[in-house]
Design a protein around this ligand. Structure first.
Ligand code: FDA
Length: 523
């Protein structure tokens, strides 16, 4: 990524910031920038750290990691400034100055938030973008790694694959997702049945709290350390880096995709899938992705000769044949599932490998098999014209997810779930004016699914953020009762514990957004 280098002297730049502020921004904004400029010890770094609206690079830095382009229209509220810290003291200064001058801070790592909360706010705000915090250090001897929040999953996978073919990390499928938000919300991928969530494998972290203190696991204490492993980003502090435990995988794994359409008895096959997918051996990690065409996609931690008889015995209806399967390394399987062309692992480092799209998404958890009539009903909704760019992802649970108690970490959706379902609808940029009809479609779809999914609460996955399920007040205090509406859906009983931690570590509610955990009483 290229940043504009200023040709003016650093000293002059400070003057430019102030004069522009005075002309275009409210007084407090100018004060914020003055505060920050004064706090950045070395003024020559200012041009690499602060991007104001008038900076020619402002838009490219802002847009660089906006994944859902629903939130990059001229009407989308823009930050007063984007801060791209080079060192921790820059982050501490940003916290200090935004607190002092009453500006909201939005932390951004990979920018994949489904509702754009890492870079959009209705109140005056600045973005702290961790794009310069992306180091990955893999220690194969001890089977651990340190990864900074601004790195992508692809960069982490690449770092592991560069050293070994027999270690992996059980995080998300899409290589462009940022570590910071993904780990903060739990994070799952194709290894979920074997190893659980990314958050289940975090063993230490480096966090800066609302007072600018740098904490590790020991100094933050176990309650806060638990909360940051799934209790949501932009809530407890800024996590700079995570220490993770790597997991073993065979040097050769097998992947397959079997496509079925409506004419190929897909309703029955999908119905049957619900009874077996969560019970397959843990080495077998299967996902069914569904449009009107259904793709049964899976990873098996072993060779094809072991896989075929297993599927033929447990799921003969699928008709799996050797030609559907490919053997490869675990890192190559990431490219396969991420739909990235399988050329070279270097693709894992490309932040633009997944095209940016416009979308709205929702999630559910399914505990009882959906009857064939129910499957027919939702399949038929994919034939509606608003569903041209719609999909449903069904990720089987069971395995390791069955073993971890629901109150071990904030993520509560563990034993008793057959699968997680998520729905997504997209549309073309030129249809943005009609986005309402697509959003109505997905809301209708979600209503239809209500009969078949978890109830009281209707559970949802925090990392598939959905503001339809409730949100905090944009400004002012949000009560425990109000936040419980969305909080129990994401965290179930763990929500109470998260509120207690928040009340202790950030009673003034400095780190906040539309779905951040509120403190118990008004600051
Ligand atoms: P982003 O930077 O937008 O941050 C998300 C939230 O975390 C924001 O509230 C932000 O303020 C906060 N935050 C970010 N960095 C922080 C930090 N360092 N400290 C504190 N707070 C921080 N999920 C999944 O589990 N499995 C998957 O396979 C996928 N796949 C996937 C594909 C695509 C294309 C998208 C768009 C999303 C996914 N996701 C996913 C969802 C993804 O896990 C979720 O959106 C994450 O929050 C994204 O993290 P980013 O850092 O990219 O987002």
């Amino acid at each position: 990524m290229k940043f504009l280098q200023y040709s003016v002297l650093p000293f002059l730049l400070v003057v430019v910031i102030l004069s522009l502020s005075g002309a275009t921004l409210a007084h407090s904004h100018g004060d914020f920038l003055l505060c920050l400029s004064l706090h950045l010890a070395n003024s020559s770094t200012i041009s690499k750290v602060i991007y104001m609206r008038n900076n020619p690079s402002y838009s490219s830095v802002l847009n660089a990691s906006i994944q859902n382009t629903r939130f990059s229209t001229p009407a989308t509220p823009k930050p007063l400034a984007i801060i791209t810290p080079l060192k921790t003291s820059h982050i501490q200064s940003t916290i200090y100055c935004s607190k002092k001058h009453g500006l909201q801070l939005r932390i951004r790592s990979g920018g994949h938030d489904f509702e754009g909360l890492s870079y959009v706010s209705e109140v005056p705000f600045v973005i702290l973008d961790l794009l310069n915090f992306r180091a990955v250090k893999v220690d194969t001897k001890n089977k651990v790694a340190w990864v900074q929040s601004g790195a992508t999953l692809g960069e982490l996978y690449y770092g592991i694959a560069a050293k070994t073919k027999t270690l992996a990390f059980p995080a998300g499928i899409c290589p462009t997702v940022g570590i910071g938000g993904h780990f903060s919300g739990g994070g799952y991928g194709i290894l979920i049945r074997k190893y659980g969530l990314a958050a289940d494998h975090i063993i230490d972290a480096q966090l800066i709290d609302a007072n600018g203190r740098i904490l590790n696991r020991k100094s933050m204490g176990e309650d806060l350390f638990c909360a940051i492993r799934g209790g949501g980003g932009n809530t407890f502090g800024i996590v700079l880096a995570w220490k993770i435990k790597l997991v073993p995988v065979p040097a050769v794994v097998t992947v397959f995709t079997v496509n079925k359409n409506l004419e190929q008895n897909v309703t029955k096959i999908l119905h049957r899938w619900q009874y077996i997918a969560h019970k397959l051996p843990d080495d077998f990690i299967q996902a069914g992705k569904k449009t009107v065409q259904v793709a049964f996609i899976a990873l098996f931690l072993g060779g094809v000769d072991e896989l075929i008889p297993l599927v033929q015995e447990r799921f003969p209806e699928l008709g799996l044949a050797k030609e559907n399967c490919s053997e490869m390394s675990w890192a190559e399987s990431v490219l396969y599932f991420g739909r990235a062309p399988r050329k070279s692992l270097d693709i894992l480092l490309d932040k633009n490998v997944i095209p940016r799209t416009i979308f709205k998404a929702k999630s559910d958890y399914v505990k009882e098999p959906i009857p064939e009539s129910g499957i027919e009903g939702f399949l038929s909704m994919f034939l509606e014209k608003e569903a041209d760019f719609a999909a449903m992802l069904m990720v089987p649970f069971g395995g390791k997810m069955e073993e971890i108690p629901e109150n071990e970490l904030p993520y509560p959706h563990r034993a008793g779930n057959l699968f997680q379902a998520s729905y997504i609808v997209g549309w073309r940029k030129e249809e943005n004016a009609e986005s309402g009809k697509y959003i109505s479609w997905i809301r209708r779809f979600y209503s239809y699914m209500a009969t078949y999914v978890s109830k009281s609460p209707r559970e949802a996955y925090f990392n598939y953020r959905d503001l339809d399920i409730g949100s905090n007040n944009i400004s002012g205090y949000t009560s425990y009762q109000q936040a419980s509406i969305w909080g129990f859906k994401y965290f179930k009983i763990n929500f109470k514990r998260l509120v207690q931690v928040k009340t202790t570590v950030d009673p003034m509610n400095f780190f906040r957004n539309e779905q951040s955990i509120p403190p118990l009483s008004s600051p």
